[in-house]
Design a protein around this ligand. Structure first.
Ligand SMILES: [Zn+2]
Length: 165
C-alpha cells in the first residue's frame, strides 16, 4: 500500500511500538496497516468423525469445503458455527483450529477449522447457496476434493496430522 486509502496522500514509514516500521499517513495522522478480508473454511465431520462433508457451489462440479467470510466484529469461531448453520443447517458441537493460508486471488486470509456437527442429516441444506452436499469417508474425501485447491491443502494437512497412514 503506497497511498492512504482515506485521503490518497503518499504514505511514509513510521516506527510503531513493538511493530517496527509501519506505513503512516501524515495528513490523517493514522497508521495504515494492510487491508485484507478474513474468512473461515471448515472440514466438517459427522458425529462419529469417520466422514467429511464436501459441497458443490455456483454450478461448479468441484467438491470443496464449506466456507464463508467473517463479519466485522465477529470471531472466527463464531463464523464457523454461523456458516455451517446457514449453509448446511446443522449445529456445530465442537471446533478446532487447523491451518491458515492467504489466498491472493480474493485478498483473503483463510482460517481453516475442523468441526464436528450434531447430525448427518442433510435435509436442511440451504439450496440457494449449496448445489450439492455429500458425506465422504476420509479416503473418499482425499480423492474427491478439488485438486490443487486451498481446500485440498487444508484437508490434507488435517488428515496427515491427525490420521497418519
Ligand atoms: Zn490519509
Amino acid at each position: 500500500m503506497k497511498y492512504c486509502y482515506e485521503c490518497g496522500t503518499k504514505l511514509i514509514e513510521k516506527p510503531l511500538d513493538n511493530e517496527g516500521m509501519i506505513p503512516y499517513c501524515k495528513h490523517c495522522g493514522e497508521y495504515r496497516f494492510p487491508i485484507f478480508s478474513a474468512a473461515v473454511s471448515m472440514v466438517v465431520q459427522n458425529p462419529a468423525k469417520d466422514k467429511i462433508l464436501l459441497i458443490q457451489q455456483y454450478k461448479k462440479k468441484n467438491n470443496v469445503l464449506v466456507a464463508g467470510y467473517i463479519n466485522k466484529g465477529e470471531s472466527a469461531e463464531n463464523a464457523v458455527v454461523r456458516e455451517v448453520k446457514e449453509e448446511i443447517g446443522l449445529n456445530v458441537i465442537s471446533h478446532d483450529f487447523n491451518k491458515s493460508e492467504y489466498f491472493p486471488k480474493t485478498n483473503t486470509l483463510m482460517f481453516n477449522f475442523v468441526c464436528v456437527v450434531d447430525s448427518e442429516n442433510l435435509d436442511n441444506v440451504n439450496t440457494k447457496e449449496v448445489d450439492k452436499a455429500q458425506w465422504f469417508t476420509l479416503d473418499q474425501a482425499r480423492e474427491c476434493i478439488m485438486p490443487d485447491s486451498l481446500a485440498k491443502r487444508f484437508l490434507m494437512y488435517y488428515l496427515h496430522s491427525r490420521h497418519p497412514s
